[in-house]
Design a protein around this ligand. Structure first.
Ligand SMILES: Cc1ncc(COP(=O)(O)O)c(C=O)c1O
Length: 480
């Protein structure tokens, strides 16, 4: 018996199925980076990691706080007197000081316009665990959740792999700024019904990963009306809530439901400290549900993924330091804005268009003009070129289930200023080379229209510096 068929008998279906979604370019890019990671002195030709949505711009503030607050850790002479109590605590309600600090912090991030009840806070291992936990509470195997595109590639793993629920895309596109319209929601819902699929809910990410935009209040209201009318759940993944760096300001679903009539039992928020604070290693995930039964069942389930009490204790102390939190929130947003400006200026210099954004740790850039063929295969070919030759790990739009080709997500907050400069230089050189190739093709084949690029040639002209200038009729202009 071959090892493969043997393992099919010995292991569970989950262990042997391929539905974790990790065999996508999104994760392949990370592998390429790991094999050859850039380092300014030891490996200057290595791959720069721009596929990782991490906020590493404020670590100096946290380190300073840790130095000034040695009591916050049970592993210091100043804090060790709490060691026994904390190491011994295992109640799945969490340390009361943690849930209460967390509720206050979540309120602060939303401008103090809403209050959160600490008793509704459920812990989990990051938003990854929180998203799975809420699915276990809301969906049976085979049930579906609608999800607007483009969406976070690991949703398949987090929401479906072990729960056996399924995702149904709600296709959104650049023609109306990827807005989640009532028509698109209705179309996906109707299609699911025709296919005899039981739709249990809708999951949205606000601010969006990968778009880096906040959802307008009116759109949120229309979404809440939609789920109310259908009596299906609304899960709002708000893990980028504090990454908003320019207007319009952030509106959480928690504010919207204060202003309109809706069945609160249908509303659930996912939160985590992985993005806003940049602590993915602490694995702090939160489910905040307005539904008592979900709170009760989810609490029991949270036993599988509690946040360590050591982490809870330290964070309770940090997050209840209001002065520090206020300073951090302001400074983090200022630094994100500065980094975003620097990065998009670099892209603009080589006329790379991008989707206008006001939040997040990434840019949604449009490289359609560089595709040799406007297909998803063409997009992957370009992505391979960027990974292997330009040595930048960016993520192709297809891995976010984007319905349009040519979009790429590029993260800008997980590297330092010098590495950003190097990445921008690589992009400049690459665009220059690609442009030169096009000029040469045009010069040597004056009578030939190239089928794969003809439309782009019609739409783009070259500036004196070999930059591609996009014509006003290009879809790229529409997208910006
Ligand atoms: C929208 C979204 N949800 C959930 C997660 C998972 O976050 P965590 O690290 O807290 O598990 C991510 C991570 O990138 C994300 O972008």
């Amino acid at each position: 018996m071959s090892l493969r068929s043997e393992s099919y008998q010995l292991l569970s279906k989950i262990a042997t199925n391929d539905q974790h979604g990790e065999n996508s370019p999104y994760f392949d890019g990370w592998t390429a980076y790991k094999k050859n990671p850039f380092h300014p002195t030891t490996n200057p030709q290595g791959v720069i990691q721009m596929g990782l949505a991490e906020n590493q711009l404020c670590f100096d503030l946290f380190e300073e706080w840790m130095k000034n607050n040695p009591k916050a850790s049970i592993c210091t002479p100043e804090g060790v007197h709490k060691f026994r109590d904390i190491a011994n605590f295992q109640d799945y309600h969490g340390l009361p000081e943690f849930t209460s600090a967390m509720a206050n912090y979540m309120s602060k991030v939303r401008g103090g316009r809403v209050r959160f009840d600490p008793n509704r806070i459920l812990m989990s291992g990051g938003a990854t665990g929180a998203n799975e936990l809420i699915m276990f509470c809301l969906a049976d195997p085979g049930d579906a959740f609608l999800v607007p595109t483009p969406y976070y590639p690991a949703f398949l793993r987090d929401l479906c792999w072990r729960t056996k629920a399924q995702l149904i895309p709600v296709h959104c596109d650049s023609s109306n700024n990827f807005k989640i319209t009532r028509e698109a929601l209705e179309a996906s819902y109707k299609k699911a019904q025709e296919d005899n699929i039981n739709v249990k809910g809708l999951i949205i990410t606000n601010p969006s990963n990968p778009l880096g935009t906040t959802i307008e209040k009116e759109t949120l209201k229309s979404i809440v009306s939609f789920i109310n009318e259908k009596t299906i759940h609304l899960v709002c993944d708000e893990i980028y809530a504090a990454t908003v760096f320019s207007s319009p300001s952030y509106v959480s679903v928690s504010e919207v439901i204060q202003e309109m009539k809706c069945n609160l039992n249908l509303i659930h928020i996912i939160y985590s400290l992985s993005k806003d604070l940049g602590f993915p290693g602490f694995r702090v995930g939160i489910v905040y549900s307005y539904n008592d039964e979900v709170v009760s069942c989810g609490r029991k389930m949270s036993s599988f993924g509690l946040v360590s009490t050591q982490t809870q204790y330290m964070l309770a102390s940090m997050l209840s330091d209001e002065k520090f939190v206020d300073k951090f929130l302001l400074e983090s947003s200022r630094r994100l804005s500065k980094r975003h400006e620097k990065f998009i200026k670099g892209l603009e210099e080589v006329n790379i268009s991008r989707f206008p954004s006001n939040a997040g740790l990434f840019c949604w850039m449009n490289l359609k003009s560089l595709l040799k063929e406007e297909t998803f295969e063409g997009e992957l070919k370009l992505w391979r070129l960027i990974i292997n030759e330009v040595k930048l790990n960016v993520s192709p739009g297809s891995s976010f289930n984007c319905s349009e080709v040519g979009w790429f997500r590029v993260c800008f907050a997980n590297i330092d200023d010098e590495t950003v400069e190097i990445a921008l230089k690589r992009i400049r050189d690459f665009i220059g080379k690609e442009t030169k190739k096009k000029v040469e093709v045009k010069r040597w084949q004056p009578n030939l229209r190239l089928s794969f690029t003809s439309r782009r040639f019609d739409e783009s002209v070259l500036s004196p510096h070999n930059h591609i200038i996009i014509s006003p009729h290009s879809p790229l202009v529409r997208a910006t």
